[in-house]
Design a protein around this ligand. Sequence first.
Ligand SMILES: C[S@@+](CC[C@H](N)C(=O)[O-])C[C@H]1O[C@@H](n2cnc3c(N)ncnc32)[C@H](O)[C@@H]1O
Length: 241
Amino acid sequence: MEDISRRHFHTAKDAELLDHSLAGKIDWESFYTEGKRTPPFLRNVPDENLVGFVNHGRLRSGNAIDLGCGIGRNAIYLAKAGFRVDAIDLSRVAIARGRLIAEEEGVRTNFIVGSVFDVTLRDNHYDVAYDAGLFHHLPPHRRPYYLELVRQAINPNGFFGMTCFDTTGGQPVEDWEIYERGQMPPGIGYTENRLREILAGFLEILDLRPMKVCPESADALGLPGTWTVLMKPLAPVERSQ
Ligand SMILES: C[S@@+](CC[C@H](N)C(=O)[O-])C[C@H]1O[C@@H](n2cnc3c(N)ncnc32)[C@H](O)[C@@H]1O
């Protein structure tokens, strides 16, 4: 008998209704506009793992997309490394900063204001998709959509790199607790097993490790409490969904 526990039943309408059932979502526009907090990702340096993947030749030039790009620090790095880069974020203010930095640094990056769930990404177009810190802000019901849209946007030889909270960086909540409380935490903390389980239906994990912690003065960002993952899309026949 088919294992229906691994199927996802939500329609887009279900997902919208579930979005509205949760409080606590971060207002990213206010976050960037008010500037009350100065987290490390506001510094224009790329993630240490992304630098490693490029330096070791795992990610070569081609089309790249930075999902939830913020001020575009990883997008700008990829553009400098020779990729043609699209970079998308919900926040106008963050994107405006990204455009300014790219201009100052003389690199071309196609910045887009919008939600990853509202833009249409070209199938099989990207050689690299990258997500630094968006995934752990997605409510559980959005994950399958997100991973599916990423999987479809990457070409069969492409890669998906990601950083997300572990259970010390984010809140180690069960999915059902989020809906019972009606509250998204300010970042979901994932155990290694949970992360592997979630990603397994969509992508093959090539590398999953804790992010290397880098000093503030370093020219790469490396934070405690964070996983880094490198994946490639599963062929349709390998997928369990
Ligand atoms: C923790 S920040 C990380 C920013 C950037 N990736 C970095 O590491 O510098 C998460 C970002 O995801 C963006 N974001 C959240 N939900 C999004 C969505 N549905 N579509 C696009 N961007 C989103 C936020 O605006 C915010 O800039």
